[in-house]
Design a protein around this ligand. Structure first.
Ligand code: TRP
Length: 488
């Protein structure tokens, strides 16, 4: 095989499964409901939807354009697209962000495995204090680290198989299963008597609670929309570098965002009605939800599920859903770094010479001294995956330990875990969004933008002007305003 040929996804369905798989994750099922609860329900949902439509989707499309045109990992793609500039520094920024996100994401993904185990063995059903169960897990660094490492290695194992046989195949198998589990749970939640109160919390605006959240609501909604769409960090760019020429980028961006949003709303439709219907005191449920945060999915939901007939089955379903959703997302984050290491890092090793005159044969070889040859090698995917996994596990250990009570691992008043969440979702991703929209709208050759938008002139250029205007002005200015509001 030609070593310079770039892998591609095999089918359109595979592309949708992989991109939607990246987007649909803990962001939808764990982060979205707790943000919605904290920021007062429906108003947050509306602002969130606006952020997806006006900022999220245009930037997803921009990442697709940059990725397919740049044909490389996110650092080299900027070099290919704008030679000689400093733009590739942003590529390093986004690769580091993928690493930092995985630091806390893998810990939560580890919790989902522990809860799946607790559901399967029936231990979850025999608990009577779910809050205590969850805090005993977050105070038990050993168990957290163990499951986190399992998740990291599982992710690395899939990525090691490459784009088609690893990422695409895994996404095509897991995404339909995920949607199925989700629909089953949704029907169950909606048919509970009293589900209506949860639905109206989610969809009927309540100005008072939204007012309490204030400007934070804007930053939360923007951060959440970027996090959920996996946008602003080069993840989608990396995936798009494996797209074929005939993939319709705008359509793919729209489909992916629609699926992601649908799953977030479905998660809300599962969690809020269940919460209101099954709570002993629905009024106090609102308070629980608000305080909920990360615990919502690991405390309130398991507790609620226990009050259903065949509780064990529902909780196995629920945590299986979380595991699947997390795995397709961690794969995409892991791939950002793998593509970089595989394509950019070279190791130089001595090579035995067989030719009697010691001549360098072939490319990539340099004679360093008479009689010694050195050859540059790329790092193979599986090897890259092992090294990256080790790095992520090391970071995850700090995150897991920082959740223990009285842990000293705190930064700016937050646990290291919360700090990484805040740093990536609220700061790095919006900054990434500004950068990507400005780069695609202003720095990238307009002809390239146009050619990618229209698949080299075969698709209509309708809305191209509007789109470019959004990239040049609306998205960067809007995101900047939200970012600044949130900081003060
Ligand atoms: N979007 C995923 C979720 O909702 C998380 C994720 C995957 C992500 N890749 C990303 C977030 C890249 C930010 C950047 O859970």
């Amino acid at each position: 095989m030609d070593k310079t040929a770039r892998a591609t996804f095999g089918t359109k369905l595979g592309i949708i499964a992989a991109t939607a798989g990246s987007a649909v994750g803990l962001g939808n099922i764990w982060r979205f409901p707790s943000q919605t609860a904290q920021d007062g329900g429906a108003i947050f949902v509306f602002v969130y939807l606006a952020c997806v439509a006006f900022f999220g989707v245009p930037i997803v499309l921009a990442e697709f354009i940059l990725g397919r045109a740049g044909k490389a990992n996110s650092a080299r793609a900027y070099r290919n697209l704008a030679p000689g500039g400093w733009f590739h520094v942003f590529g390093y920024f986004s690769i580091s962000a993928a690493f930092l996100i995985m630091g806390f994401y893998m810990v939560v993904a580890g919790w989902t495995l522990e809860y799946l185990r607790l559901s399967l063995t029936g231990e979850l059903a025999s608990t009577n204090d779910f809050g205590a169960l969850f805090s005993s897990l977050t105070n038990d660094a050993g168990t957290q680290i163990g499951w986190m490492a399992v998740f990291v290695l599982g992710t690395g194992g899939i990525v090691a198989f490459g784009v088609k046989k690893g990422i695409e195949l895994a996404s095509k198998l897991m995404m339909p299963l995920l949607l199925l589990v989700m629909l089953v749970l949704c029907v169950r939640a909606l048919t509970l008597p009293g589900a209506g109160a949860g639905l109206s919390y989610l969809f009927a605006p309540n100005l008072e609670t939204a007012g309490d959240a204030g400007a934070r609501l804007l930053t939360d909604a923007l951060g959440q929309s970027f996090f959920s769409l996996s946008v602003g960090m080069g993840t989608l760019m990396t995936y798009a570098s494996y797209f074929g020429r005939d993939v319709r980028l705008a359509k793919t961006a729209g489909t992916m965002a629609a699926l992601d949003t649908a799953v977030a709303l479905l998660a809300g439709v599962i969690i809020f009605p269940a919460a209101f219907a099954l709570a002993a005191h629905p009024e106090s449920m609102v308070e629980t939800l608000k305080a909920g945060g990360p615990g919502l999915v690991f405390i309130s939901i398991p507790q609620l599920l226990q009050s259903l007939p065949a509780a064990q089955v529902w909780s196995v379903f629920f945590f299986l859903l979380l595991v699947l959703a997390s795995l397709t997302s961690t794969i995409s984050l892991f791939e950002v770094i793998t593509a970089f290491v595989h394509e950019e890092v070279r190791v130089t090793l001595p090579k035995k010479i067989f030719s009697p005159r010691g001549e360098a044969a072939g490319t990539g070889e340099t004679a360093v001294s008479p009689g010694t040859l050195r050859q540059e090698y790329r790092i193979a995917r599986p090897f890259a995956a092992v090294v990256i996994a080790a790095g992520i596990i090391a970071l995850g250990v700090f995150c897991a330990c920082s959740l223990e009570e009285n842990s000293a691992l705190r930064l700016f008043g937050l646990s290291f875990f919360d700090f990484l969440d805040f740093l990536t979702a609220k700061l790095m991703m919006p900054l990434g969004g500004i950068f990507i929209s400005l780069f695609a709208g202003r720095r990238l050759d307009k002809k390239i933008l146009e050619a990618e938008y229209s698949n080299a002139g075969t698709l209509s250029l309708r809305f191209f002007k509007v789109y470019r205007f959004i990239l040049r002005w609306i998205a960067p200015a809007g995101i900047a305003v939200v970012l600044v509001c949130g900081l003060f």
